[in-house]
Design a protein around this ligand. Structure first.
Ligand SMILES: Nc1ncnc2c1ncn2[C@@H]1O[C@H](COP(=O)(O)OP(=O)(O)OP(=O)(O)O)[C@@H](O)[C@H]1O
Length: 301
């Protein structure tokens, strides 16, 4: 395997006419880690990945792999493997033949085709035409194609699309294994829940802009305190005057606050002789944080 190299995106921008698809985007992706590249539909993820892979020219800025732009890599398929779309296979060709064409183009031994088919669990379907493959099988074939040159960097656009729950579980384990081997893994998704269990870092974009980048565990900070009290109206005022953001539910006796710890809320209740029936800390779910940072619309009620 080629060693995993650092991916660096610096001030990257792309305009399509009036549409600023990617706007001064900067982030890095480190070897040995899975970085989830997140954003709602239309955020600019695919456009960014296409610039990283030299498929379209940036309007501004740079994207490099180990310090070199993709277009200048001497043998790119041995450095970076990419799976951008699951649909660009010749329908009449078998999965195995599809891979063999890539082997021929890139100067890899034909046996690599069988190696990667086995890796992604497609050996049994290898000789069948791709037209009969499910979307999930096409995703696996895309992954196999990306792995042909045994690259140290993998760039995967929405690899979980079309996979059933068992396929997603398989994918998670597979991607983790690839990262553990020292590869640099950049995996895009429009849903945090898909990558939450495996990502080490997240890069979140919206409308072409970076909204958050960092370790996943650091993202999961901050929280809310839930208070149940028969004196909700008065206590809400007390909390607000201490700087908390307070909302009151329709049951009227429950307050949800942020900006103060449970200890501070409890102390205020004591000082103001407010009767408390419950005091509970709620850690914000990562999914909730994602929705609060982006314009993505929650599918949850
Ligand atoms: N070739 C193009 N010509 C014009 N506009 C484009 C082109 N490609 C992308 N866009 C626009 O750029 C913006 C970003 O699109 P992009 O496909 O990069 O987003 P995305 O985050 O990958 O979304 P999705 O999750 O839906 O794939 C969108 O407004 C899109 O309509």
């Amino acid at each position: 395997m080629a060693t995993g190299q650092r991916v660096e995106v610096d001030g990257l921008s792309k305009s399509f006419g009036d549409v600023r698809a990617v706007d001064a985007l900067s982030f890095t992706v480190e070897p040995g880690e899975i970085t989830a590249f997140l954003g709602p539909n239309g955020a600019g993820k695919t456009t960014t990945l296409r610039m990283l892979l030299g498929l379209i020219e940036p309007t501004d800025g740079t994207a490099t792999i180990g310090g070199t732009p993709y277009a200048e890599l001497p043998r790119p398929a041995t450095v970076v493997g990419a799976a951008l779309e699951a649909s660009s296979f010749h329908p009449g060709r078998s999965g195995r033949d599809h891979l063999r064409v890539y082997c021929a183009v890139n100067g890899f031994a034909d046996s690599r085709a069988d190696d990667v088919l086995a890796l992604v669990g497609l050996t049994d379907a290898a000789r069948r035409p791709v037209r009969g493959y499910s979307l999930g099988m096409r995703q696996r074939l895309g992954l196999a194609t990306a792995l042909l040159g045994d690259p140290g960097v993998l760039v995967l656009d929405e690899p979980a699309n079309g996979l059933d729950p068992a396929g997603i579980a398989w994918l998670r384990g597979f991607l983790k294994q690839l990262a553990d081997e020292g590869r640099t893994m950049l995996v895009s998704s429009h849903a945090l829940s898909e990558v939450q269990q495996i990502a080490d870092r997240v890069v979140i974009i919206d409308n072409g802009h970076l909204v958050r980048a960092g370790r996943l565990d650091e993202l999961a900070t901050g929280g809310r305190v839930l208070v149940v009290t028969p004196d909700a109206e008065r206590f809400a005022e007390v909390l607000k005057s201490s700087g908390a953001v307070v909302s009151r539910d329709s049951a009227a006796d429950t307050l949800e606050t942020s900006g103060l710890s449970a200890r501070e809320v409890g102390r205020l209740a004591f000082e103001h002789r407010v009767e408390l029936h419950a005091l509970e800390t709620r850690q914000d779910g990562l999914e909730q944080i994602f929705f609060s940072l982006t314009t993505a619309v929650s599918q949850q009620p």
